[in-house]
Ligand binder design. Structure first.
Ligand code: AMP
Length: 279
């Protein structure tokens, strides 16, 4: 495995792979890797000649009061996990490499970036779309792998790739969970023992919604109320949003009459956790 920090160095290697007609699979991450990331890497390994993983904690996607400085980092452990997973290139660009002085260009995917997580984190998805587009331009992947855990992100990246004629397959893989159902996340490391127990309320509320729908409930407001009740019964939890949307367009719906995504964001202590299911 090669570890590359310099963008130009990576470009030279990528050019060689392209001449050799090798397919490139790409997994962008912010590091502090867990089994959710590893599942993406394993899929990439299975279907690509060359696997590139990036670790870049992108400062522009964190709000001024958010956790950029506190975001967990462990490059030594991540490097070993990448070696163990058999990847070819670990790309770790610097902030100044990605955003040199004079940087001015951003990607604005309209509408679907303003809702759900975008409503609580203004500018977040503009920064995400921009950094992913930049990484795509540097790595030039045939396929890129994302987790369903960040559902809205996957819808935005697919929209951007289609709208900007990026010739890249976007592969979305299921959310990997802890044995009790909590979605794996680098931010779970913020939770103390009591908060970790409380965090299970996100998954419990999603399972309740799934059960209600299976039993014939169609009205989204009724389902959301039942979810709200589960989360509110947890003293340490504070709801950011609970929403049921069209799974493709993310538009608000009143009845379960198509493929939907049930998504929520909940504060547990210092951690803002998100989760979703598609039904
Ligand atoms: P992050 O490092 O949190 O930016 O995540 C990098 C990629 O891993 C994104 O595509 C995430 O959706 C994905 N990911 C994060 N957590 C999980 C999980 N629990 N299961 C599957 N994919 C995940």
């Amino acid at each position: 495995m090669q570890v590359i920090e310099n963008i130009k160095d990576l470009s030279i290697i990528i050019k060689e792979f392209k001449t050799e007609k090798k397919t490139i699979g790409f997994v962008p991450t912010m590091g502090f890797l867990h089994d959710g990331h590893i599942s993406l890497i394993k899929r990439a390994r299975l279907v690509s000649d060359i696997v590139v993983v990036s670790i870049f904690v992108n400062p522009t996607q964190f709000g001024p009061k958010e956790d950029f400085n506190a975001y967990p980092r462990d490059i030594k452990r991540d490097t070993q996990l990448c070696i163990d997973a058999g990847i070819d290139i670990l790309f770790m660009p610097s902030v100044s490499g990605m955003y040199p002085e004079g940087y001015l260009t951003y990607i604005n995917v309209e509408k679907i970036t303003d809702m759900l997580c975008g409503a609580s984190r203004p500018g977040h998805f503009k920064a995400v779309a921009t950094v992913v587009a930049k990484l795509f331009n540097i790595v030039k992947p045939d396929k890129a792998f994302f987790g369903q855990k960040d559902y809205q992100q996957t819808v935005i990246i697919k929209r951007m790739a289609a709208d900007l004629n990026m010739d890249i397959d976007i592969d979305v893989l299921p959310t990997v969970r802890e044995p009790d159902g909590l979605a794996m996340s680098s931010r779970n490391s913020y939770l103390n023992e009591e908060e970790r127990k409380a965090a299970i309320c996100l998954y419990r509320s999603l399972m309740k919604a799934e059960e209600m729908i299976k039993n014939g409930e169609k009205t989204t407001s009724v389902i959301i109320s039942a979810m709200r009740e589960i989360i509110e019964s947890e003293r340490l939890a504070k709801i950011d949003y609970i929403n049921i949307r069209d799974a493709e367009t993310l538009e608000e719906i009143e009845a379960i009459d198509r493929k939907v995504v049930i998504a929520l964001a909940v504060w547990i202590g210092k951690a803002r956790l998100i989760d979703n299911i598609v039904i």
